[in-house]
Write a protein that binds this ligand. Structure first.
Ligand code: GLC
Length: 743
C-alpha cells in the first residue's frame, strides 16, 4: 500500500512539473527514472503491457509504438556481436555490414586477473553493439567450471567464485556505460551442457551460496546488471526461467534486483509459473536456443495471449503484470529511451587493439624448460609448426557465441610473418574437425586432408628432425562435443590422437613447444617430454598476432590459470563422486545431477583430498622472475563485528625484462564450526614491473573474506577464531603466511 502511495506521489509531482513544460513525464529525461516508469505504465493498455513481455522475432521484443517507445533488440554474445538472422528464422539474414571483431573468450579475460581488461572489454563490446543497434547483449556467462568436460566453460570465468566475481563486474560496467544492457547468464547452476534442458540440479545451500551464486550476486549488487538470463536446467524441481526460489526469493527479494529476468531461448515452459515465479521477458520459446525452432506466432507464447486470457478471465489481476512491465520500462529508460547514448562503431583499430591487449594479458605460460621461449626472431631458427589449430578458424562454431568476423589472424600466418617465411615450415600432424560452418556462417576454409594418421605423424616427424624447434598448435575446437554449447566433451584427453603426435615429435629430439588452444583443461601426460607449454585460449580476431608475439618475446606472458589442470578426470570432484552427468528418473524426462562435493570444487577439492594437479589454479610463468617478500599484516587481532585488516607484500622484478605478476591472497579459517576449504582466494592484484623495480602491494581483508554461509542460520557468519592469510603467486605457491585472530 505504502509503496503505491509513494509511487503515485512521485508521479503526481513529476507530472505537475512536467506539465508546466508541456512534456510527458515519461519522455522527460530530467525526471527520475521511477517517475518516468510510473507515468509510462499509467498510459499503457493491457495489450501494450502484454506485448512488451515476449519476443516478436528471434531476437527482438516490442516497444510501445503509440508512446514512441521503440522496439528492443537483443543479440549474442559474450565475445562479440552475433550476425543478424532473419526475423523469425535462424537462417542468416545475409547482411553485408555485420562482420565484427571477435574478442577473446571469457576464460582468457579471467586468466588475465586484470579487472582493467574487463572494463576495456565491456566498453569495446558495447561500442560494437551500439553500432549494430543492439540494446542488450546476451552475456556474460558466469557459471562455475565444475567439470573440465563442460561444453561452455570457454564462455565463463573458471572455477573460483571470487575471481569470477571480480572479473565480471568491470565487464558489465563497461558494457552498460555504453547504454547497452548486459544479461548475465545462465542463472543458475547451469554448469554442464549434456542434457541441459533436462538436468535437475541438486545442491546444498552452502555450495549454492558460497560457490555458484557469488558471481551472479556481484553482477547484480556491484555491477548493477540490468538483466539476468535464467538457465535451462531445473532447481528444486522448477525450471530456472520461472523459479520461485532463485528468481523471486534470492534475486528479487534478497538481492533487491530491479532489472529484468529474461528466459533462455526455449527455457519457458508454463504460463502460470512464468506469471508467479519471476519471469519478465520470454524469448525463443519452442526453439533449441541455437539454430532450430518452430516458426510460431509469438502471440502463442506463454506470456502472450494465454496470459492475457488469464487476466481477462479474472484469474489474475494486473499485479504481477505491472511488476514485469515496470522492470521492462526501467530497462527501456536505461537503454532505448536515452538520447545520450553514443553511436558506437564496428571493427575499429581500437577494438582490434583491445582484443590483442586482452589476449596478451590472458595467455598462460605453463612450462618453459631451458628458456626455450621466447624464440629470438633474428636468430634465424628453423621452426616447424605442427597442428590443425595453427590453421583453423575458431571464431565460427561453439554455439550461440559463434561469430562472423571481419578478420581472424591465424597462428601459422602470424608466425610466418613474425619469424620470416623462409624459417617456418608447416605440417598438419593430425586431422580433427574439417567443418567450418555454424548457423549459416562459413569459414570458407578447406581443411580436408586424406592422409592417414600414420602418414601425418611421419611427415611431421621428418620435418621435425630438420628443425631447431617444433611449435605444436593443437587442443580443442568449437565443434560438437568439444568446446561447444549443447554438449559436453566425451574425454579429458586431447582428441584426434594429438597425444601420439606430441610424443612422436618429442621423440625426434627436437624441442617441442605445445600451444593448447582451448577453454578447458586437458590431460597432459606428455608434458615431461616437451620443452614448453602455453595455454592459449580462444583469442578471437587477434589469435595469431597474440601467440606470435608471445613466442617471439614481443610480449611477456602474465596470465594465471582460472581453473585447475587436473592430472586425470578421476581427480575431479564431479567425476570422483560419480555425480556427472547425473541419474535419469524412470520417465527419462529429468536427470538428477547431485553436486555431492558441495563447496569442495576445483582447488578446494584438491586441497581436501591432497591431490596434486598438473598445473594449479592461479599458476602461470613469466619470461622474467619475481620475488614476494616482507609480507606484513595490519593487525594481529580484529573484532568479528567489523574485521578490517590488510596484508602488504613487496613484489620485485628480479629478472632482466619487464613483466607482470599477480599477487594472490588466500584465507584459511583455522577453527570453524562447519567444514571449510583449506584455503580460499579472497584477494589479488596484478602489478607490472620493470627489471629491478619493486612495489608494495596491499590487499584488504574484510568481513566477506572471512565469512562462510551457515545453512542452518541461512546467513553469512564471520566466526571468531584463528585465521591465516597466505600470499603468493599461485594457489600452490603461497610463500608468506600471516596468522591473525578474530575476536
Ligand atoms: C542459447 C544459449 C544462450 C543464448 C541464447 C540465444 O541457447 O543458451 O546463452 O544467449 O540461446 O542464442
Amino acid at each position: 500500500m505504502k509503496k503505491s502511495i509513494i509511487f503515485s506521489a512521485i508521479a503526481v509531482l513529476a507530472f505537475a512539473s512536467a506539465y508546466a513544460r508541456q512534456l510527458p513525464v515519461y519522455l522527460d529525461e530530467s525526471q527520475p527514472i521511477e517517475a518516468r516508469v510510473e507515468d509510462a505504465l499509467s498510459r499503457m493498455t493491457l495489450d501494450e503491457k502484454i506485448a512488451v513481455l515476449h519476443a516478436q522475432s528471434k531476437f527482438s521484443s516490442r516497444g510501445v509504438p503509440r508512446l514512441g517507445i521503440p522496439d528492443f533488440w537483443t543479440d549474442d554474445g559474450p565475445h562479440g556481436i552475433r550476425p543478424d538472422v532473419l526475423w523469425d528464422e535462424w537462417e542468416q539474414a545475409g547482411q553485408s555490414n555485420d562482420s565484427c571483431v571477435a574478442f577473446p573468450a571469457l576464460t582468457c579475460l579471467a586468466a588475465s586477473w586484470n579487472p582493467d581488461m574487463g572494463q576495456l572489454y565491456g566498453v569495446s563490446l558495447g561500442e560494437e553493439a551500439r553500432y549494430r543497434g543492439k540494446d542488450m547483449i546476451l552475456g556474460p556467462g558466469v557459471n562455475i567450471y565444475r567439470t573440465p568436460l563442460g561444453g561452455r566453460n570457454f564462455e565463463y570465468f573458471g572455477e573460483d567464485p571470487y575471481l569470477a566475481s571480480q572479473m565480471v563486474v568491470p565487464y558489465i560496467q563497461g558494457l552498460q556505460s555504453c547504454g547497452v544492457s548486459a544479461c548475465v547468464k545462465h542463472f543458475a547452476l547451469n554448469n554442464d551442457e549434456e542434457y541441459r534442458f533436462q538436468v535437475h540440479t541438486i545442491v546444498d545451500d552452502r555450495a549454492l551460496y558460497e560457490i555458484y551464486l557469488p558471481a551472479f550476486k556481484a553482477a547484480v549488487q556491484k555491477a548493477g546488471t540490468w538483466a539476468v538470463m535464467g538457465g535451462y536446467n531445473l532447481y528444486k524441481n522448477q525450471h530456472n526461467c520461472h523459479n520461485q526460489y532463485l528468481l523471486n526469493d534470492i534475486l528479487k527479494r534478497d538481492w533487491q534486483f530491479d532489472g529484468v529476468v529474461v528466459s533462455d531461448w526455449g527455457g519457458t515452459h508454463d504460463t502460470e509459473q512464468s506469471i508467479t515465479n519471476g519471469l519478465d521477458m520470454e524469448f525463443g520459446t519452442w526453439t533449441d536456443g541455437l539454430k532450430t525452432g518452430a516458426s510460431n506466432a509469438y502471440e502463442n507464447y506463454y506470456l502472450a495471449q494465454p496470459y492475457k486470457r488469464l487476466i481477462v478471465s479474472g484469474k489474475y489481476t494486473d499485479k504481477e503484470l505491472n511488476d514485469k512491465v515496470r522492470r521492462i520500462l526501467r530497462l527501456f529508460f536505461r537503454t532505448t529511451m536515452r538520447t545520450d547514448r553514443a553511436r558506437g562503431f564496428m571493427c575499429s583499430e581500437a577494438h582490434y587493439d583491445a582484443a590483442l591487449k586482452i589476449a596478451c594479458d590472458g595467455m598462460v605460460l605453463l612450462q618453459n624448460n631451458n628458456a626455450t621461449l621466447p624464440i629470438d626472431p633474428s636468430a634465424g631458427k628453423r621452426i616447424l609448426v605442427v597442428g590443425e589449430n595453427a590453421i583453423k578458424m575458431m571464431t565460427v562454431g561453439g554455439g550461440s557465441s559463434s561469430l562472423k568476423v571481419q578478420r581472424e589472424v591465424l597462428p601459422l600466418d602470424a608466425i610466418r610473418k613474425r619469424f620470416g617465411d623462409a624459417n617456418v615450415t608447416y605440417e598438419r600432424g593430425y586431422v580433427g574437425d574439417t567443418t567450418g560452418e555454424y548457423n549459416g556462417v562459413t569459414t570458407g576454409q578447406d581443411l580436408r586432408d586424406n592422409r592417414s594418421a600414420k602418414q601425418l605423424i611421419a611427415a611431421a616427424c621428418d620435418k621435425a628432425r630438420a628443425a631447431d624447434v617444433v611449435i605444436f598448435i593443437g587442443g580443442l575446437n568449437k565443434s560438437d562435443y568439444q568446446d561447444c554449447e549443447g554438449h559436453d566433451r566425451k574425454q579429458y584427453d586431447l582428441p584426434y590422437g594429438q597425444g601420439d603426435v606430441i610424443e612422436a615429435l618429442a621423440a625426434t629430439g627436437t624441442p617441442v613447444v605445445v600451444v593448447n588452444v582451448s577453454g578447458n583443461a586437458v590431460a597432459t601426460p606428455w608434458r615431461s617430454h616437451v620443452a614448453a607449454i602455453v595455454q592459449q585460449w580462444f583469442l578471437g580476431s587477434q589469435t595469431g598476432t597474440a601467440i606470435a608475439a608471445l613466442l617471439a618475446g614481443d610480449i611477456n606472458p602474465s596470465g594465471k590459470l582460472p581453473f585447475s589442470f587436473y592430472e586425470r578426470l578421476e581427480d575431479v570432484a564431479a567425476h570422483a563422486l560419480n555425480t556427472y552427468p547425473g541419474t535419469w528418473r524412470p520417465d527419462h524426462k529429468i536427470i538428477d545431477e547431485e553436486y555431492k562435493e558441495g563447496i569442495f570444487v576445483g582447488y578446494r577439492w584438491l586441497d581436501l583430498k591432497n591431490i596434486k594437479p598438473a598445473f594449479a589454479f592461479g599458476y602461470g610463468l613469466s619470461y622474467t622472475t619475481f620475488s614476494l617478500k616482507d609480507a606484513k599484516i595490519s593487525a594481529k587481532q580484529v573484532a568479528a563485528s567489523d574485521p578490517h585488516l590488510s596484508v602488504s607484500v613487496t613484489v620485485t622484478n628480479t629478472g632482466k625484462r619487464a613483466g607482470a605478476e599477480v599477487v594472490q591472497l588466500y584465507i584459511t579459517d583455522q577453527q570453524s564450526s562447519l567444514p571449510r576449504p583449506a584455503k580460499e582466494l579472497k584477494g589479488f592484484k596484478k602489478v607490472y614491473l620493470q627489471p629491478g623495480e619493486s612495489r608494495v602491494v596491499t590487499l584488504d581483508i574484510d568481513k566477506d573474506a572471512l565469512s562462510y554461509y551457515d545453512d542452518k542460520q541461512a546467513a553469512w557468519v564471520c566466526e571468531p577464531g584463528k585465521f591465516t592469510a597466505h600470499v603468493g603467486n599461485a594457489s600452490n605457491n603461497l610463500t608468506q603466511h600471516l596468522d591473525f585472530t578474530v575476536k
